[in-house]
Design a protein around this ligand. Structure first.
Ligand code: IMP
Ligand code: MG
Length: 173
């Protein structure tokens, strides 16, 4: 097992996720919201966020892949699409694990927008702002982080480490 340094522990993550759920509920109040979780990375975040969300929520999944190893390719593949009837005329929140170059979120935003939602915002757990290539700013982000490759709480390195309950950085492979 590699040596991992903890960046955000479970308690810190839970507290921030709860705050985000409250902020989102303050926007929509009694209106229904479709949360679109992007697989696989955002799945832990989406589950926790929805458990804290006090309003009327539905959950949909979308899978894209863009990343190989530690570097973003900018080439996005849609692996699991959404059904347009679940988006058309609805309030939609895209749930992402991390925004890095921004290619993925930009792709997803355009894809979901093409299905004519009533409203569309994004909520990412992590934002590596300094690495942005595409001019896109998620509406909500849990934590802005430095240019570090992070793992855990859904985030992987070559499909490993998703199951860690905290977010960490691999310091020794
Ligand atoms: P972007 O298209 O460069 O913004 O990359 C976004 C996607 O790359 C995310 O949805 C993640 O799946 C993956 N990614 C970016 N940075 C990291 C990281 O530090 N750890 C794990 N996955 C990452
Ligand atoms: Mg992702």
């Amino acid at each position: 097992m590699s040596k991992i340094e903890v960046l955000f522990d479970e308690k810190t993550i839970n507290k921030r996720v709860k705050e985000l759920a409250e902020e989102l509920h303050n926007i929509y109040k009694d209106e229904e919201v479709i949360f679109v979780c992007t697989l696989k990375g955002a799945v832990f975040f989406a589950c926790d966020l929805l458990k804290c969300y006090k309003g009327d929520a539905r959950l949909e999944f979308l899978r894209v892949s863009s990343y190989e190893g530690e570097s973003s390719t900018g080439k996005i593949d849609l692996k699991i699409p959404l059904k347009s009837e679940s988006i058309y005329g609805k309030n939609v929140v895209i749930i992402e694990d991390i925004v890095d170059t921004g290619y993925t979120l930009d792709y997803i935003r355009k894809y979901v927008n093409g299905m004519n939602p009533k409203s569309l915002i994004e909520c990412t757990l992590l934002d590596k702002k300094a690495r942005r290539v595409v001019d896109i700013n998620p509406t909500y982000s849990g934590f802005v982080i430095d240019d570090l490759f992070v793992i855990g709480y859904g985030l992987d390195y070559d499909q490993k480490y998703r199951n860690l309950p905290y977010i960490g950085v691999v310091v020794e492979k």
